[in-house]
Design a protein around this ligand. Structure first.
Ligand code: NAP
Length: 265
Protein backbone atom coordinates (compact mmCIF):
# COMPACT_ATOMS: atom_id res chain seq x y z
CA UNK A 1 0.00 0.00 0.00
CA UNK A 2 1.45 3.39 -0.95
CA UNK A 3 1.57 5.99 1.80
CA UNK A 4 -1.05 8.74 1.87
CA UNK A 5 0.49 12.21 1.93
CA UNK A 6 -1.28 15.51 2.61
CA UNK A 7 0.56 18.71 1.63
CA UNK A 8 -0.97 22.06 2.52
CA UNK A 9 -0.34 24.92 0.09
CA UNK A 10 0.49 22.63 -2.82
CA UNK A 11 -0.72 24.87 -5.65
CA UNK A 12 2.72 26.45 -6.16
CA UNK A 13 6.33 26.68 -5.06
CA UNK A 14 7.73 24.26 -2.51
CA UNK A 15 4.42 22.46 -1.82
CA UNK A 16 3.79 21.80 -5.50
CA UNK A 17 7.39 20.65 -6.03
CA UNK A 18 7.13 18.19 -3.12
CA UNK A 19 3.79 16.91 -4.46
CA UNK A 20 5.07 16.45 -8.02
CA UNK A 21 8.18 14.68 -6.76
CA UNK A 22 6.28 12.27 -4.47
CA UNK A 23 3.68 11.53 -7.19
CA UNK A 24 6.51 10.30 -9.40
CA UNK A 25 7.58 8.00 -6.57
CA UNK A 26 4.11 6.45 -6.45
CA UNK A 27 2.85 7.95 -3.22
CA UNK A 28 -0.84 8.79 -2.91
CA UNK A 29 -0.59 12.57 -2.79
CA UNK A 30 -3.28 15.06 -1.83
CA UNK A 31 -2.59 18.77 -1.85
CA UNK A 32 -4.54 21.85 -0.87
CA UNK A 33 -5.25 25.33 -2.19
CA UNK A 34 -7.70 28.06 -1.24
CA UNK A 35 -8.94 27.86 -4.83
CA UNK A 36 -8.29 24.46 -6.45
CA UNK A 37 -10.28 25.49 -9.58
CA UNK A 38 -7.34 27.73 -10.55
CA UNK A 39 -4.99 24.72 -10.74
CA UNK A 40 -6.86 22.12 -12.79
CA UNK A 41 -3.68 20.79 -14.45
CA UNK A 42 -2.15 19.67 -11.14
CA UNK A 43 -0.54 16.19 -11.09
CA UNK A 44 -2.40 15.36 -7.87
CA UNK A 45 -5.80 16.17 -6.42
CA UNK A 46 -6.11 19.53 -4.68
CA UNK A 47 -8.65 19.98 -1.90
CA UNK A 48 -10.04 23.31 -0.83
CA UNK A 49 -8.36 24.44 2.39
CA UNK A 50 -7.74 27.74 4.09
CA UNK A 51 -5.50 27.17 7.11
CA UNK A 52 -7.10 30.20 8.80
CA UNK A 53 -10.50 28.56 8.87
CA UNK A 54 -11.23 25.61 11.21
CA UNK A 55 -14.35 24.51 9.30
CA UNK A 56 -12.29 24.31 6.11
CA UNK A 57 -9.57 22.28 7.89
CA UNK A 58 -12.13 19.83 9.29
CA UNK A 59 -13.90 19.39 5.94
CA UNK A 60 -10.69 18.77 3.98
CA UNK A 61 -9.24 16.24 6.42
CA UNK A 62 -12.56 14.43 6.95
CA UNK A 63 -12.95 14.04 3.17
CA UNK A 64 -9.47 12.56 2.74
CA UNK A 65 -9.90 10.23 5.73
CA UNK A 66 -13.21 9.07 4.24
CA UNK A 67 -11.49 8.20 0.95
CA UNK A 68 -8.24 6.74 2.30
CA UNK A 69 -9.02 5.70 5.87
CA UNK A 70 -6.04 7.67 7.15
CA UNK A 71 -3.21 10.08 6.40
CA UNK A 72 0.32 8.74 6.88
CA UNK A 73 2.29 11.94 6.32
CA UNK A 74 1.18 15.53 6.91
CA UNK A 75 3.34 18.25 5.36
CA UNK A 76 2.42 21.61 6.85
CA UNK A 77 3.77 23.77 4.05
CA UNK A 78 1.22 26.57 3.48
CA UNK A 79 2.70 29.86 4.59
CA UNK A 80 3.11 33.52 3.76
CA UNK A 81 5.85 36.08 4.07
CA UNK A 82 5.76 39.48 5.71
CA UNK A 83 8.39 42.23 5.70
CA UNK A 84 8.72 45.67 7.16
CA UNK A 85 10.19 47.68 10.01
CA UNK A 86 8.34 46.32 13.05
CA UNK A 87 7.30 49.84 14.06
CA UNK A 88 5.44 50.24 10.76
CA UNK A 89 3.71 46.84 10.43
CA UNK A 90 -0.01 47.12 11.27
CA UNK A 91 -1.14 44.90 14.16
CA UNK A 92 -3.70 43.16 11.94
CA UNK A 93 -0.97 42.07 9.51
CA UNK A 94 1.10 40.64 12.36
CA UNK A 95 -1.95 38.67 13.49
CA UNK A 96 -2.69 37.51 9.93
CA UNK A 97 0.83 36.23 9.51
CA UNK A 98 0.70 34.27 12.76
CA UNK A 99 -2.71 32.86 11.78
CA UNK A 100 -1.34 31.39 8.56
CA UNK A 101 2.18 30.44 9.63
CA UNK A 102 1.53 29.33 13.20
CA UNK A 103 -2.06 28.90 14.41
CA UNK A 104 -3.21 27.30 11.12
CA UNK A 105 -0.59 24.53 11.12
CA UNK A 106 -1.31 23.83 14.82
CA UNK A 107 -5.03 23.42 14.10
CA UNK A 108 -4.27 21.01 11.27
CA UNK A 109 -2.00 18.97 13.54
CA UNK A 110 -4.70 18.89 16.26
CA UNK A 111 -7.25 17.65 13.75
CA UNK A 112 -5.02 14.94 12.29
CA UNK A 113 -3.41 13.58 15.47
CA UNK A 114 -6.37 11.45 16.66
CA UNK A 115 -6.27 9.56 13.34
CA UNK A 116 -2.50 9.05 13.49
CA UNK A 117 -2.69 8.00 17.17
CA UNK A 118 -5.38 5.43 16.41
CA UNK A 119 -3.03 3.86 13.81
CA UNK A 120 -0.03 4.22 16.11
CA UNK A 121 1.94 5.66 13.24
CA UNK A 122 2.49 8.94 11.46
CA UNK A 123 4.90 11.59 10.30
CA UNK A 124 4.39 15.35 10.49
CA UNK A 125 6.76 17.59 8.55
CA UNK A 126 6.51 21.28 9.35
CA UNK A 127 8.07 23.63 6.80
CA UNK A 128 9.62 26.42 8.85
CA UNK A 129 12.45 28.64 7.59
CA UNK A 130 16.11 29.43 8.09
CA UNK A 131 14.67 32.74 9.31
CA UNK A 132 13.47 30.82 12.40
CA UNK A 133 17.12 30.41 13.44
CA UNK A 134 18.78 33.52 12.05
CA UNK A 135 16.96 36.83 12.29
CA UNK A 136 17.57 39.47 9.65
CA UNK A 137 16.30 43.08 9.67
CA UNK A 138 12.72 43.73 8.48
CA UNK A 139 11.69 40.08 8.81
CA UNK A 140 10.92 40.12 12.54
CA UNK A 141 7.35 38.84 12.33
CA UNK A 142 8.09 36.15 9.75
CA UNK A 143 11.07 34.91 11.79
CA UNK A 144 8.97 34.87 14.95
CA UNK A 145 6.07 32.92 13.41
CA UNK A 146 8.45 30.30 11.99
CA UNK A 147 10.51 30.12 15.20
CA UNK A 148 7.27 29.51 17.13
CA UNK A 149 6.39 26.63 14.80
CA UNK A 150 9.92 25.25 15.16
CA UNK A 151 9.70 25.17 18.96
CA UNK A 152 6.22 23.67 19.02
CA UNK A 153 7.51 20.93 16.69
CA UNK A 154 10.37 20.23 19.09
CA UNK A 155 8.09 19.86 22.12
CA UNK A 156 5.27 18.08 20.31
CA UNK A 157 7.69 15.44 19.08
CA UNK A 158 8.35 14.40 22.68
CA UNK A 159 4.63 14.34 23.51
CA UNK A 160 3.64 12.07 20.63
CA UNK A 161 6.66 9.81 20.42
CA UNK A 162 4.87 7.16 22.55
CA UNK A 163 2.29 6.90 19.75
CA UNK A 164 5.01 6.23 17.16
CA UNK A 165 4.48 9.61 15.48
CA UNK A 166 7.46 11.74 14.46
CA UNK A 167 7.52 15.51 14.05
CA UNK A 168 10.25 16.89 11.82
CA UNK A 169 10.97 20.42 10.64
CA UNK A 170 12.50 21.46 7.36
CA UNK A 171 13.91 24.98 7.42
CA UNK A 172 14.46 26.13 3.83
CA UNK A 173 16.98 28.83 2.98
CA UNK A 174 16.22 30.77 -0.20
CA UNK A 175 14.19 28.86 -2.82
CA UNK A 176 12.90 30.21 -6.08
CA UNK A 177 9.08 30.46 -5.65
CA UNK A 178 6.28 33.04 -5.76
CA UNK A 179 6.57 33.84 -2.06
CA UNK A 180 8.05 37.32 -2.58
CA UNK A 181 5.20 38.51 -4.82
CA UNK A 182 2.61 37.21 -2.35
CA UNK A 183 4.05 38.40 0.90
CA UNK A 184 2.77 41.41 2.83
CA UNK A 185 5.14 44.38 2.56
CA UNK A 186 4.75 47.18 5.06
CA UNK A 187 4.35 50.35 3.05
CA UNK A 188 7.17 52.64 4.03
CA UNK A 189 6.62 56.36 3.28
CA UNK A 190 9.57 58.25 1.81
CA UNK A 191 9.54 60.32 4.98
CA UNK A 192 9.93 57.18 7.14
CA UNK A 193 13.23 56.99 9.04
CA UNK A 194 13.46 53.36 7.83
CA UNK A 195 12.64 54.05 4.16
CA UNK A 196 16.09 53.94 2.59
CA UNK A 197 17.48 50.94 4.47
CA UNK A 198 14.22 48.97 4.26
CA UNK A 199 13.89 49.57 0.49
CA UNK A 200 17.42 48.31 -0.07
CA UNK A 201 16.93 45.29 2.18
CA UNK A 202 13.65 44.45 0.45
CA UNK A 203 15.30 44.51 -2.97
CA UNK A 204 18.00 42.20 -1.64
CA UNK A 205 15.46 39.81 -0.10
CA UNK A 206 13.51 39.62 -3.37
CA UNK A 207 16.70 39.01 -5.36
CA UNK A 208 17.68 36.21 -2.95
CA UNK A 209 14.34 34.43 -3.49
CA UNK A 210 14.44 34.91 -7.28
CA UNK A 211 17.97 33.51 -7.40
CA UNK A 212 17.16 30.77 -4.88
CA UNK A 213 17.49 27.02 -5.25
CA UNK A 214 15.14 24.67 -7.09
CA UNK A 215 12.24 23.63 -4.77
CA UNK A 216 12.52 20.10 -6.19
CA UNK A 217 15.47 19.66 -3.80
CA UNK A 218 13.00 19.81 -0.91
CA UNK A 219 10.96 17.05 -2.59
CA UNK A 220 14.09 14.88 -2.50
CA UNK A 221 14.70 15.70 1.15
CA UNK A 222 11.09 14.86 2.05
CA UNK A 223 11.45 11.48 0.34
CA UNK A 224 14.60 10.80 2.35
CA UNK A 225 12.78 11.68 5.58
CA UNK A 226 9.74 9.51 4.73
CA UNK A 227 12.03 6.55 4.00
CA UNK A 228 14.08 7.05 7.15
CA UNK A 229 13.23 4.80 10.11
CA UNK A 230 14.68 7.29 12.52
CA UNK A 231 14.61 10.79 10.96
CA UNK A 232 16.45 13.74 12.46
CA UNK A 233 14.24 16.28 14.21
CA UNK A 234 15.42 19.29 12.23
CA UNK A 235 16.71 19.70 8.69
CA UNK A 236 17.99 22.80 6.95
CA UNK A 237 17.50 22.83 3.17
CA UNK A 238 19.82 25.12 1.24
CA UNK A 239 23.38 26.03 0.38
CA UNK A 240 26.41 25.17 2.53
CA UNK A 241 26.51 28.66 4.03
CA UNK A 242 22.77 28.54 4.81
CA UNK A 243 23.25 25.18 6.52
CA UNK A 244 26.05 26.40 8.76
CA UNK A 245 24.61 29.86 9.51
CA UNK A 246 22.76 28.82 12.72
CA UNK A 247 25.94 27.18 14.05
CA UNK A 248 28.04 30.24 13.22
CA UNK A 249 25.50 32.32 15.14
CA UNK A 250 26.10 30.16 18.22
CA UNK A 251 29.86 30.03 17.83
CA UNK A 252 30.79 33.59 16.87
CA UNK A 253 30.72 36.50 19.31
CA UNK A 254 27.18 38.00 19.14
CA UNK A 255 28.30 41.48 18.08
CA UNK A 256 30.51 40.07 15.33
CA UNK A 257 27.67 37.95 13.93
CA UNK A 258 25.25 40.87 14.09
CA UNK A 259 27.73 43.03 12.19
CA UNK A 260 27.95 40.44 9.42
CA UNK A 261 24.14 40.37 9.09
CA UNK A 262 23.85 44.16 9.20
CA UNK A 263 26.57 44.62 6.59
CA UNK A 264 24.69 42.26 4.27
CA UNK A 265 21.28 43.88 4.80
N1 NAP B 1 10.66 30.22 -0.93
C1 NAP B 1 11.50 30.34 0.05
O1 NAP B 1 12.62 30.82 -0.15
C2 NAP B 1 11.12 29.89 1.45
C3 NAP B 1 12.11 29.95 2.43
C4 NAP B 1 11.81 29.52 3.72
C5 NAP B 1 10.55 29.03 4.01
N2 NAP B 1 9.60 28.98 3.04
C6 NAP B 1 8.28 28.44 3.41
O2 NAP B 1 7.89 27.45 2.48
C7 NAP B 1 6.47 27.39 2.42
C8 NAP B 1 6.01 27.44 0.98
O3 NAP B 1 6.32 28.72 0.44
P1 NAP B 1 6.68 28.98 -1.09
O4 NAP B 1 7.97 29.67 -1.13
O5 NAP B 1 6.48 27.75 -1.87
O6 NAP B 1 5.58 30.10 -1.45
P2 NAP B 1 4.37 30.13 -2.48
O7 NAP B 1 4.79 29.70 -3.84
O8 NAP B 1 3.76 31.49 -2.32
O9 NAP B 1 3.36 29.02 -1.92
C9 NAP B 1 2.60 29.24 -0.76
C10 NAP B 1 1.49 28.21 -0.69
O10 NAP B 1 0.76 28.44 0.51
C11 NAP B 1 -0.62 28.45 0.23
N3 NAP B 1 -1.31 29.36 1.17
C12 NAP B 1 -1.04 30.66 1.45
N4 NAP B 1 -1.90 31.13 2.37
C13 NAP B 1 -2.74 30.10 2.68
C14 NAP B 1 -3.83 29.94 3.57
N5 NAP B 1 -4.29 30.94 4.34
N6 NAP B 1 -4.45 28.74 3.62
C15 NAP B 1 -4.02 27.71 2.85
N7 NAP B 1 -3.00 27.78 1.99
C16 NAP B 1 -2.36 28.97 1.91
C17 NAP B 1 -0.74 28.90 -1.23
O11 NAP B 1 -1.89 28.28 -1.81
P3 NAP B 1 -3.18 29.04 -2.41
O12 NAP B 1 -2.79 30.46 -2.67
O13 NAP B 1 -3.47 28.26 -3.67
O14 NAP B 1 -4.21 28.85 -1.36
C18 NAP B 1 0.52 28.32 -1.85
O15 NAP B 1 0.28 27.05 -2.38
C19 NAP B 1 5.96 28.54 3.28
O16 NAP B 1 5.60 28.06 4.56
C20 NAP B 1 7.16 29.46 3.38
O17 NAP B 1 7.13 30.26 4.54
C21 NAP B 1 9.86 29.40 1.77
Amino acid sequence: MSKVILITGASSGIGKAIGDFLCNKNFKVYGTSRDPSKYLGSNFQLFDLNVNNSASINKCIDEIIKIEGGIDVLINNAGVGITGPLEEIPEIEIENNFKTNFFGPLNIIKKILPFMRSKKSGLIINITSLAAYVGTPYRSVYSASKAALDLVSETLNMEIKPFNINVVTIAPGEFSTNIASRRYHAFSEKTSPYHLKYSKALELMNNHVDGGADPKLIGKLVLKIINSKNPKKKYIAGSFIEKIAPYLKLLLPQKYFENIIMKNY
